[in-house]
Design a protein around this ligand. Structure first.
Ligand SMILES: [Zn+2]
Length: 81
């Protein structure tokens, strides 16, 4: 059995890294808190520490927020004659 004790980046609690489905966090709650902080800092944190899956989720969330602001998408497709 693998065992590696680490500290959760969010709550600093010690847990077995291989026990958690939400590593490097101890729980889903801590993971969401961390993602929330990342979002509120508007992408100032380097993205390398996130998995591609998490980046995808965050980008979808971000798109949702923005799509309500810009409703006008003008495309210039006919400047060829
Ligand atoms: Zn935690």
């Amino acid at each position: 059995m693998k065992h590696r004790e680490v500290n959760c980046p969010t709550c600093r609690k010690k847990f077995n890294y291989f026990d958690s489905a939400f590593r490097p966090f101890c729980s889903e709650r801590c993971r969401l808190i961390d993602l929330g902080q990342w979002l509120s800092e508007s992408y100032t944190v380097p993205a390398e520490k996130l998995t591609p899956d998490e980046i995808d989720t965050l980008e979808k969330l971000h798109e949702k927020e923005n799509s309500e602001e810009d409703g006008n998408e003008d495309k210039y497709e006919d400047d060829q004659e």
